[in-house]
Design a protein around this ligand. Structure first.
Ligand SMILES: CC(C)(COP(=O)(O)OP(=O)(O)OC[C@H]1O[C@@H](n2cnc3c(N)ncnc32)[C@H](O)[C@@H]1OP(=O)(O)O)[C@@H](O)C(=O)NCCC(=O)NCCS
Length: 211
């Protein structure tokens, strides 16, 4: 598939929210709220617009990716700035054709160029290990409460940057939004049926799994 990866522009905002809504709808919960996250990200101080990209196919946006600032702090209270991406979305009919991989690889290359030491995300290992992500436990990077979630994944860009220390990971507060506001926001979009899918069960198991 001949896709074009290009930076997001203001004209893409609504279309991108629709793409994200379509990609996540009913996948992890009945309905979804990731399109609201895309909407509020853009005004947040942790947002990194230079990492917002869309995948275009035949002049239509079929995928997108967004990044925020995050950081880790070690046992000596030293802070290291990291990157986090999410959401990353591909329209259902174009999934598993390499579009998500292209968006990830494109932005990882930019992160390397700009000397960012690492990308840390919450996501399914099924989607990200093929891009070099490893469990955060392999780098002794835990949550603030000292746990190692199954879904906390790290792509080390500066080799050895986490060595000799233990770390705690802090992602942007933008991810802690109100479900109620997200639900209200969704009312602006064409109606879609919220329903159960078995993938919601997989997600419910995954978010309660720790190493
Ligand atoms: C996740 C997502 C962004 C990936 O984009 P994509 O274009 O579908 O992915 P690609 O075609 O580039 O790569 C898919 C690869 O991921 C892996 N993968 C993805 N889903 C998988 C699954 N359910 N089981 C096993 N492997 C899976 C495979 O290794 C696959 O590689 P292959 O096609 O070479 O076998 C896209 O599927 C999507 O938008 N999903 C819904 C929203 C979402 O879950 N976003 C991520 C939140 S963590």
């Amino acid at each position: 598939m001949d896709i074009l990866i290009r930076p997001e522009t203001e004209n893409d905002y609504y279309e991108n929210e629709v793409v994200t809504r379509e990609a996540f709808w009913n996948l992890y919960v009945p309905g979804c709220n990731e399109h609201y996250l895309v909407h509020i990200l853009r005004d947040h101080p942790d947002y990194l617009p230079e990492f917002s990209f869309v995948a275009e196919y035949q002049n239509k946006i079929i995928g997108n990716i967004f990044y925020t600032r995050s950081h880790v702090i070690n046992e000596q209270n030293e802070k290291l700035d990291t990157l986090t991406f999410g959401p990353v979305s591909v329209l259902p009919e174009y999934q598993r054709k390499g579009v998500g991989s292209a968006l990830i690889q494109h932005t990882v290359a930019i992160a390397k160029q700009k000397n960012h030491p690492a990308i840390i995300i919450y996501g399914s290992p099924c989607n990200y290990c093929k891009h070099g992500f490893k469990s955060s436990k392999d780098y002794l990077i835990s949550t603030e409460s000292g746990r190692y979630p199954h879904s906390m994944l790290v792509l080390e860009l500066t080799k050895g940057v986490f060595q000799q220390h233990t770390w705690k990971y802090y992602d942007s507060h933008v991810y802690n939004f109100s479900d109620l506001k997200a639900e209200k926001f969704d009312e602006q979009f064409p109606p879609k049926v919220k329903e159960y899918r078995y993938t919601q069960e997989e997600f419910s198991i995954a978010i309660r799994a720790f190493l």
